[in-house]
Design a protein around this ligand. Sequence first.
Ligand code: URA
Ligand code: CA
Length: 434
Amino acid sequence: MRMYDLIHKKRTGQVLVRSEIEWMVDAYVRGEVPDEQMSAFAMAVVWRGMTDEETTDLTLAMAKSGHVLDLSSIPGVKVDKHSTGGVGDTTTLVLAPLVASVGVPVAKMSGRGLGHTGGTIDKLESIPGFSCELSMEAFLDQVRRIGVAVAAQTAELAPADKKLYALRDVTDTVESIPLIASSVMSKKIASGADAIVLDVKVGAGAFMKDLDQARRLARTMVSIGQLAGRRTVAVLTNMDEPLGHAVGNALEVREAVLTLRGQGPPDLTELCLTLGTEMVLLAGKAKEAAAARAMLERALADGSALAKWKEFVRAQGGDDRVADDLSLLPKAPVVRPLHAWADGVVTGMQAEEIGLIAMRLGAGRAKHGDAIDPAVGIVLHRKVGDPVVRGEVVAEIHAASEAAAEEAARGLRGCITLAAGHPFTPPLVLEIIR
Ligand code: URA
Ligand code: CA
């Protein structure tokens, strides 16, 4: 087979067969197909698209390009959750212990943050002592013992996706439904879960800017999941503004603990209950959504979710006293308030730009390998739809220096729109695709 012919086929709108896709992925990982040919192919897919069958073949070939986790030694239905990437998305920190506390085993591989979106691993590792670098044996053992573990994704998990994603990042070929769908699902399938809940973000802070595109992405991923024998549900959720109040690593840990204590932001709490309900249903722990949700609400109210969080943090070397004493988390030396400059209602908060400001404060990475500062970030005291009075604190900037706080404040002011009008509640859960 020649890569040139496969590029030509895709460029002229033809459909590739499984053997061609498998050969291409294998040759690319072995270095026999060079980056320039793979980039040309990716660009052809951006323009020509792929059928569901081609997308599934690409997904499975990438999933099989490295280790495929075997979770069969863990009893029960293992349900994984994945977000397509948002700003201030604190859900995994809450959901993992929450669903584990009602008996759904969580064996989760997560990534580090890149660009305007933060990563679960970086957030968890802002807890003093916490480590996500677990051996496979320790990872499986922990899930068997306490029902939950979160590990950093290893280089051996879907290496074809790792290589292709880095290439797409620099060739403007990220925004393609078949390429995103196969990238996400290859990692989920290689992670070994029996069932998958996808949080597909829609809006200004997400890859998918409009509902129609997001729905197509969600349907494609659900269909790949079914074809691969993994029951998959996609929840489409709003990402016009950051999720919850906190954006930044230790700040999001604080927010997660508050949510587990039942004192979290309403949007984050609601999203965790919605995604958790789907996970409980897929795991077969409840027959109906209302019963699943009631189990989760009870776990939040009676302290069992918070107790599971402590157990989970302790198991991975972290200081579980954080659950009772949030002052043990890293703190930024400078905390600068941003005051409302007018009376009215918050009508907009640009999620992507706020994510970038947090990244420049040091909460995220501009490129792979950059160091991050666990203490810094942004806390939004008002959210879209909330009323504001001139002079009130709308947000707080946690920074390493006065100069950094000043620069962030200038940027943040431009991200928040205040206007006359009545308070309102923006939509959060837009649609569920099963
Ligand atoms: N997240 C991924 O893992 N892959 C993509 O292509 C986009 C978002
Ligand atoms: Ca948040």
